[in-house]
Ligand binder design. Structure first.
Ligand code: G6P
Length: 604
């Protein structure tokens, strides 16, 4: 949600910043801007619209060796030129880019206005620019520190001062800030994506830390000015990981990457000797793991649906009661944290505000929490007791595909591991290992049928609305399929447990309302066929995602390779991603950057 990048070095900062913004655009894309220091003053260029609009309108003479930039996802005030970051104080001496939200901005704004300060935007961030400017002009880091004592809220900040044009000051509280250490140049960013071209090493700021960057060095300290000592680590991804290559969209690239991504999640984790999964990162002994009596998963969006898939796997394979809950619900209901419950936080980015807050609540109350996270070094990855890294590689498309699939694979590993500590026999363990091993090839087989799925998508796309139905392990697949269609094609879709259809929604079934039905060839097949019968007899069109032909009951079908029943959701979900993708293509949508959305929701 919003992206920050900053540069201090010997090159012209502007191209570095624009390139960094382009790499961060998936974080927010309604307005963008840059500020650079030159000859003792700051120059700011910002506007509503995408980064490419900014890049084409930046004046040629805008240059300097120190600069900060931002791409925005509006929270306070609509997308507009004036609300775009960087924000400055009245004299233009201080420039600020900010991710997060200043909670008492309205009150502070009133106080500042009463003191004669004139605001030029509706943002909470502008408050920071004025507060920092009012704290004096001698020491920028000290001014930032003092200003931050006066605000409540979440921030990742980068600040420049025309009077100290050789530096950028950073601060973090709840919103990620990374320092990129390069060769006689330093960068900062809210996300590693913007660092990969120009930095070799990375340093993660902690909440409550501030930092000062110059071309040759960086220093870090706490908000109360006690120095902190950080170790730089090598960047764990390369520039190509963030590039689209020959694909038209990141979404399609990431769909196609799934066989490799699944392989990466599985790598080194299948233990054929003991018919189990090897999960070294859990940091929990077998005895501790056996003592848990429940598993509770918390997450948001697609990660929540992956968590629902996972809860079902845990319950069926490890015979341990498991549930999944939206993180925002969990954090605000004053949850009882049970000592014998294992909590699992799921997040691609590891930065989602509600998931992070839920983890903090669990940690504060002494609970044990694992993370299923894709971004190593992210806030959630660093806060949890242990967990499973997905190793799926950067996911850039706002719509999650490979991360969702790899989350489900990670849960299968966890369920296998917990199952083998309990009642799951070695033969079942081997059966699942074989099933997991075959997943990448079967995923590739499905993805190769893109053209067939594209035709179904063209058939589906004129619909104003669609139902997605599934039962038990098919239900979270239906939820995720409906979510995919909504977010990328803007076709309204609603998921139901198949049996619930007859309790109301069946009233809507007509030739104009298609149903996408998840029909695995498992113990619930007969029940699912009965639901299809009810739709069919009311002339409702059906697209089935199934392991076997369904005759008259389905107008269209995608036949999915069979896996072990407990693993079925992993493959059943893939055609739904391609379906949403091609429906969006047919409708001419902006696939990687759907309207109103952002990749990582770091505000509430
Ligand atoms: C946003 C994204 C979703 C994602 C959700 C959770 O809403 O648009 O695709 O599933 O956040 O993100 P996380 O990074 O925690 O998995």
């Amino acid at each position: 949600m919003c992206g920050i990048v900053g540069y201090v070095g010997r090159q012209d900062a502007v191209p570095v910043l624009l390139e960094g913004l382009a790499r961060l655009e998936y974080r927010g894309y309604d307005s963008a801007g840059v500020a650079v220091a030159r000859n003792g003053s700051l120059r700011v260029h910002k506007q509503a619209g995408k980064v490419r609009d900014l890049a084409s309108s930046v004046p040629k003479r805008l240059s300097g060796q120190v600069g900060i930039a931002h791409t925005r996802w509006a929270t306070h005030g609509p997308p507009s030129d004036s609300n775009a970051h960087p924000h400055t104080d009245a004299t233009g001496r201080i420039a600020v880019v900010h991710n997060g939200m200043i909670e008492d901005a309205t009150l502070l704004r009133q106080r500042l206005t009463a003191d004669g300060v004139e605001f030029t935007s509706e943002t909470d961030t502008e408050v920071l620019a004025h507060l920092i400017a009012l704290e004096g002009a001698d020491d920028l880091e000290e001014a930032v520190r003092r200003a931050l004592y006066k605000v409540h809220g979440a921030y990742g900040l980068a600040v420049m001062d025309a009077n100290q044009p050789d530096r950028i000051v950073l601060a973090r509280n709840g919103s990620p800030v990374l320092i990129g250490v390069g060769d006689r140049q330093m960068l900062c960013a809210s996300d590693q994506a913007a660092l990969v071209r120009h930095a070799e090493q990375v340093v993660h700021l902690e909440d409550g830390e501030v930092a000062t960057l110059t071309a040759d060095s960086f220093s870090t300290a706490t908000l109360d000015a006690r120095p902190t000592f950080k170790t730089a680590t090598n960047l764990d991804s390369a520039a190509e990981d963030y590039e689209r290559g020959d694909f038209d969209t990141f979404m399609l690239k990431e769909i196609v990457e799934q066989p490799d991504a699944i392989d990466a999640t599985l790598r080194g984790r299948l233990d054929t000797r003991f018919s189990t999964a090897r999960l070294g990162g859990l940091n929990l002994s077998a005895r501790e793991l056996r003592a848990f009596r429940r598993v509770h998963v918390i997450a948001c969006g697609s990660a929540l649906y992956a968590g629902m898939v996972g809860a079902e796997m845990l319950e069926s394979l490890a015979r341990i009661p498991a549930s999944a809950e939206p993180a925002a619900e969990f954090r605000y209901r004053n949850p009882v944290i049970e000592p014998d419950t294992l909590y699992v936080a799921v997040s691609q980015s590891g930065e989602t505000a509600d998931t992070l807050a839920a983890v903090e609540e669990i940690v504060r109350k002494g609970g044990r929490v694992l993370g299923v996270v894709n971004v190593p070094g992210s806030s959630i990855a660093r806060m949890v007791d242990g967990g499973i890294h997905l190793h799926a590689g950067p996911e850039i498309s706002v719509t999650s595909t490979k991360a969702f699939t790899c989350m489900a694979v990670a849960f299968a590993l966890l369920a296998l591991h917990l199952g083998r500590l309990r009642d799951l026999g070695p033969a079942d363990g081997q059966r699942l290992i074989a099933g997991l091993t075959e997943l990448p090839a079967k995923a590739a087989e499905l993805i190769a049928r893109e053209e067939e799925i594209r035709q179904h998508a063209v058939w589906l796309s004129p619909a104003r609305s669609a139902f997605f139905i599934g039962r038990v392990r098919g239900y979270p697949v239906a939820l995720e399929g409906a979510q995919k269609l909504k977010e990328v094609s803007y076709v309204h879709a609603e998921a139901y447990p198949a049996a619930e259809l007859k309790h109301g929604p069946l009233a809507l079934i007509s030739p104009e309302l298609p149903t996408v039905a998840i029909v695995p060839d498992d113990e619930l097949l007969e029940k699912n066929l009965a639901s299809l019968e009810q739709i069919h007899s009311r002339s409702g069109p059906v697209l089935a995602i199934s392991h076997r032909p369904l005759g008259q009951l389905a107008d269209k079908i995608v036949q999915v390779p069979k896996s072990e029943p407990e693993l079925d959701p992993i493959l059943l979900g893939l055609p739904l991603q391609l379906l949403a993708y091609h429906a969006a293509v047919a409708l001419g949508r902006d696939i990687d950057q759907p309207r109103n959305l952002a990749k990582s929701v770091t505000v509430e």
